[in-house]
Design a protein around this ligand. Structure first.
Ligand code: IPM
Ligand code: MG
Length: 362
């Protein structure tokens, strides 16, 4: 029996997780796997219940589990809270507490969705990128940070805000290893994306990545500036195999890359640690509070996150592939949630598309 900590979060979090768990239950039945789900609050919901967005009990539940499944956090109604009480802080907190420094975001376009991509079909076709995003450093966590005041030369008191983009070589080394190992199992190419023409921290990122690359002679390493990468992603996404990048660049580029796949609602993610703490799985999209409770959102990113969990945390590749195939089969029959619908699609609710995916798992 394996334990999974389940953190629904806010907005559509509950709906997408409920879909993903139904699919997981079905494959578990098929492959005779046993999972125990331990629910714990996080984000705005946790704040409402306990006064804290990331209660200690939730951290303990995660640490005691074999894997963590997360929906999404955030709601506009918490926008006026102090920064340390905001739902997003809980997400950063749990990533840090579980030491989830490596965020894998696969950008693989389903042939069936080529026409849902804003890119021309011939550009989007066969896109298969693994974005390896560092997740516990960078401006997200760098100190010092804050909002302060200063006096200008003409004597005015003005506010200024600051964050620190900082990486040490240990942090760079361990994420670089994840990228090279991932490339070894793929097309053996790593593109390190940074802003080394301007930022010192990026220059160090390059230097250490080059050093690590010597341990992987069969993997080809290239470098690209992040602004250029943003353009190349929509101009020729097929050139990329593994993209290795820092926290903030990875955040931005992964949202951009998701559109190649037709929708933000299609991209799963896995966040890995050094193995001493459980890995966490979540869709890359947010909590979409405006869509909550309407049974319209696309649950596929979360369903595919469960597939990644079966592969990375439980070594159940067959069960994982079964989920991918079931999703593909349903898309092939032109069933779609609204976000990926085309003219002739059969539009489905969240629960309907979930049931169809489950039906394919026989
Ligand atoms: C993501 C999200 C988060 C991030 C937010 C919600 C804090 O955008 O997982 O990509 O910036 O990491
Ligand atoms: Mg993001």
């Amino acid at each position: 029996m394996k334990n999974i900590a389940v953190l629904l979060g806010d907005g559509v979090g509950g709906e997408i997780i409920s879909s993903a768990i139904k699919v997981l239950d079905r494959v578990s039945e098929k492959y005779n796997l046993k999972f125990q789900y331990n629910y714990a609050p996080i984000g705005g919901r946790a704040y409402d219940e306990t006064g804290m967005p990331l209660p200690d009990k939730t951290i303990q539940t995660c640490l005691k589990s074999d894997a963590v499944l997360l929906g999404a956090v955030g709601d506009w109604k918490y926008d006026s809270l102090a920064p340390e009480l905001r739902p997003e802080r809980a997400l950063l907190g749990i990533r840090k507490k579980l030491n989830l420094f490596a965020n894998l975001r696969p950008v693989k376009v389903f042939d069936e969705l080529l026409f849902s991509s804003p890119l021309k079909e011939e550009i989007a076709r066969n896109t298969d990128i693994m974005i390896v995003r560092e997740l516990t450093g960078d401006v997200y966590f760098g100190e010092p940070k804050g909002i302060s005041t200063k006096t200008t030369l003409d004597g005015r008191e003005i506010k200024y805000g600051f964050n620190n983009m900082i990486y040490d070589e240990d942090e760079i080394r361990r994420i670089a290893h994840v990228a090279f190992k991932s490339a070894q199992k793929r097309k053996k190419r790593v593109c390190c994306v940074d802003k080394a023409n301007v930022l010192d921290v990026s220059r160090l990122f390059r230097e250490i990545t080059k050093e690590v690359s010597l341990e992987y002679p069969e993997v080809e390493l290239s470098f690209m500036y992040v602004d250029n990468c943003a353009m190349q992603l929509v101009q020729n996404p097929r050139q990329f195999d593994v993209i290795l990048t820092g926290n903030i660049f990875g955040d931005i580029l992964s949202d951009e890359a998701s559109t190649i796949c037709g929708s933000l609602g299609m991209l799963p993610s896995a966040s890995l640690s050094d193995g001493k703490t459980p890995f966490m799985y979540e869709p890359i999209h947010g909590s979409a509070p405006d869509l909550a409770g309407k049974n319209v959102v696309n649950p596929i990113a979360t369903i595919l996150s469960v597939a990644m969990m079966l592969d990375y945390s439980f070594n159940e590749k067959l069960a994982s592939d079964t989920i991918f195939r079931a999703v593909k089969d349903v898309l092939k029959e032109n069933y779609r949630t609204r976000d990926i619908a085309q003219k002739n699609s059969k539009i489905c609710t969240t629960t309907k598309i979930t049931d169809l995916i489950i039906e394919k798992i026989v």
